[in-house]
Design a protein around this ligand. Structure first.
Ligand code: ATP
Length: 371
């Protein structure tokens, strides 16, 4: 892992967390986390141009030979308000104290930047070998329940299981939640987890009652395979990318009670727009889904009627009428609310006969409306 080229004569710089874990697993890592045993802001200003610093957390962004790298000072933390953001206790603590504030042993490994030596204070290497997720102490989920979702994410990404005692701690926490926690952080982890589009993650989420973090209501596993729905109607269509499309909300929206999560206006609209009734004709189905987000349609498939939603997505959604207001004007029909009625009649006909050309549409409306 020769990611940065720093002449570290302090011998106190360590790659830490996910990047060390991913290298051992043979995976690419997205972020480079480097920690300095001591005060990183003071240390880094000696060998690079400081671009940004946050003295409260001891973090600093530096330009090292043209490469932007984030450094953190070793720090210890405590949770005076359980479930909420920790407070920094000490900046510049020992490496051991720094790793002990972390979530799982596999994320608590450090690698010396100069020597390449792996430092493993918590048994992370063995847990990586045994594919186990183990918290570092019994209060871990009480301090920070978002770690339960992080565990779910890692279990799906790497195919790991919770180690037995960690599972017991998780079950105990889930059986007695007080719902006083940072839902902003929880939402961030839910997004990362369910944007992976994994039915397996969702089954664990429901079956292991992890969903209780979001709602105290009882929820059952829906029969519909959400991963397949999202693959078929969103990802394989090539029309959406993950940023435009809220994959996570198609999963988490199933819970029906997201009032604790800080939702954006668009996310709330997706939930509010899920239709409540079951239309009968193709025209009614078309009109019901025509102007709502695909996420709302998929939630309807999961929660209400899969057949109707699939019928719309497979057979109806691509049907579009071609006649427009100018065509009606040219036929001598003066603009009025009647236009909508006419468009609806053309649509009803086209849903029965999707091969209609624009000429067929005009012929049809001439006959129907006597123009
Ligand atoms: P990813 O590949 O998803 O980025 P990561 O392990 O790098 O995985 P980050 O969210 O970037 O995940 O966190 C970086 C490191 O910070 C983790 O490896 C872990 O050591 C620590 N960490 C992150 N979130 C928590 C948390 N909620 N509680 C304790 N430690 C955490």
């Amino acid at each position: 892992m020769d990611i940065i080229n720093i002449n570290d004569n302090s011998n106190n710089l360590y790659y830490i967390g996910g990047i060390v874990r991913d290298e051992i697993l043979g995976l690419n890592s997205f972020d480079i986390d480097i920690t300095y045993v001591g005060n990183a802001i003071e240390y880094c200003s000696k060998f690079g141009e400081v671009i940004q610093k946050n003295p409260d957390f001891g973090t600093v962004r530096v330009n090292v030979n043209g490469k932007i790298v984030d450094f953190a000072s070793t720090r210890s933390e405590s949770y005076p308000k359980k479930g909420h953001l920790p407070v920094v206790e000490k900046i510049g603590c020992s490496l051991k104290e720094d790793v002990l504030r972390r979530d799982f042993t596999i994320n608590a490994l450090a690698k010396n930047v100069s020597t390449g030596e792996i430092i493993d204070y918590t048994g992370g290497l063995e847990d990586l070998r045994n594919k186990k997720l183990r918290v570092l102490h019994d209060e871990s989920f009480i301090d920070d329940p978002t770690r339960i979702i992080r565990g779910l994410k890692f279990s799906v990404r790497f195919g790991f299981d919770l180690e037995e005692h960690t599972k017991k701690l998780q079950d105990e926490y889930l059986a007695d939640i007080n719902y006083d926690m940072s839902y902003k952080r929880l939402k961030k982890e839910l997004i990362e987890t369910f944007n992976l589009n994994s039915q397996k993650a969702f089954e664990k989420f429901i079956n292991e009652k992890i969903y209780k973090l979001v709602t105290p209501k009882d929820v059952e596993l829906p029969k519909v395979n959400i991963e397949e729905l999202v693959n078929k109607y969103v990802l394989s269509s090539g029309k959406f990318n993950n940023f435009q499309f809220c994959i996570w909300l198609v999963y988490v929206g199933v819970l029906g009670d997201l009032c604790r999560l800080p939702l954006t206006k668009t996310e709330q609209k997706i939930l509010d727009d899920v239709p409540k009734f079951e239309p009968e004709t193709d025209f009614e189905i078309y009109k019901m889904f025509e102007n709502i987000h695909i996420e709302s349609i998929l939630l309807y498939a999961i929660l209400k009627n899969e057949r109707i939603a699939r019928h719309y997505l497979d057979n109806l959604r691509q049907i579009k009428t071609e006649t427009n207001g100018n065509d009606l004007k040219n036929l001598g029909i003066p603009p009025s609310p009647k236009y909508q009625e006419i468009f609806n009649e053309i649509l009803k006909e086209k849903l029965k006969n999707p091969n209609m050309t624009k000429k067929n549409e005009i012929d049809f409306l001439r006959l129907k409306f006597n123009v």
